[in-house]
Design a protein around this ligand. Structure first.
Ligand code: PEP
Ligand code: MG
Length: 325
């Protein structure tokens, strides 16, 4: 299957009408990094940092984490790697965290909420990232930001640690960028200043969709009910694209849907600049983007939205299929 796409590896994901989309891969382990070369991804758009915390009995040491992150950057060979700070809590309970009984864990004390309330671990992780990047580019993003001040506070913690590392005489990263994951509908409606303050924004589509439709991402029964190509969801994506464009803030999408070719071309048609997905999806997504006129697809989607359809999937599939035959 992968062999089919080998020829595309070094080609860009440029559509028939000349728009280039940046395709990145998701990772979470050192062992994922070799896929960067083979998949044809431009970099790692989402490095999930939970695994190193979940698989051991104690909090990992700063030195260990710094060594791992440094090896990840080595393996990426200068390609961009976006590290997401710890996204745990509630359902993903750390063995050394006091378990808290919560009636709705997905809506509970998780991710950045833990990071801001008990900043010790997040500060340590940020220090490890800064040390690992010494002399190289560092991209960090914070998960599950629901309102502007959570991002400002997290960013302030990052810059405080950067200052501290500087005072201590450590070599600093060559460049830093600090971004936010947009995973709750509330953030799409945040003040304009939020969009300006973020160096980049990445849509966590798995969570965004779950909270938009109020449908548990783990519950097949309700999850399948709501199509990602539902016009209401696309209206939300459209709005986020526009708000980011207004603020000139780079936007990407890193949920599972980014790796589904039909969904991916639709996002690209709405103006999504970058998509991050599992490595095996890069080839198929690139293949479809290269065969699609995104402007035409956009017209098909807009017509479907105007006509009051609930989902654009059928007309989009018709359009894409017509071109294939
Ligand atoms: C998401 O929510 O889409 C995402 C990328 O993060 P995770 O799947 O790790 O929650
Ligand atoms: Mg998420």
């Amino acid at each position: 299957q992968q062999k089919r796409y080998v020829g595309l590896r070094d080609k860009s994901a440029t559509s028939v009408d000349g728009t280039t989309v940046s395709l990145m891969m998701n990772a979470g382990l050192m062992a994922d990094l070799p896929s960067l070369e083979g998949s044809g991804a431009e970099g790692v758009g989402l490095f999930r940092t939970e695994l190193q915390f979940l698989t051991r009995a104690n909090v990992p040491k700063r030195g260990e984490l710094a060594a791992l992150y440094s090896r990840v950057l080595d393996a990426a060979g200068g390609k961009r790697v976006v590290f997401r700070t710890l996204d745990i809590g509630s359902d993903k309970v750390l063995p050394y965290m006091k378990p808290t009984e919560e009636p709705n864990p997905a809506l509970g004390w998780r991710a950045i909420r833990v990071g801001l309330d008990k900043p010790g671990v997040m500060r340590m992780q940020v220090q490890a990232l800064i040390r690992a990047a010494a002399g190289r580019d560092l991209s960090v993003m914070f998960p599950f930001i629901a309102q502007f001040d959570e991002f400002s506070e997290a960013k302030a913690i990052f810059y405080r640690e950067l200052e501290r590392e500087k005072r201590m005489g450590h070599r600093l990263p060559a460049t830093v960028e600090v971004g936010a994951m947009l995973e709750t509908p509330s953030l799409a409606f945040a003040p304009r200043q939020f969009f300006e303050e973020a160096d980049f924004i990445s849509i966590g589509g798995n969570d965004l969709k779950q909270f938009f439709f109020a449908a548990d991402r783990e519950n097949e029964r309700v999850r399948r009910r709501y199509d990602t190509l539902n016009t209401s969801f696309l209206n939300l994506i459209d709005m986020i694209v526009h708000r980011c464009a207004e603020a000139r803030t780079p936007l990407s999408f890193c949920g599972e849907d980014a790796g589904r070719p039909v969904e991916a071309v639709c996002f690209a048609a709405l103006g999504m600049q970058s998509l991050s997905m599992r490595p095996a999806s890069v080839g198929p997504v690139k293949h479809l983007i290269r065969r699609t006129d995104l402007g035409e697809l956009r017209e098909v989607m807009d017509a479907a939205r105007r006509s009051g359809l609930q989902s654009v999937r059928e007309p989009v599939m018709d359009y894409l299929f017509r071109r294939e035959t």
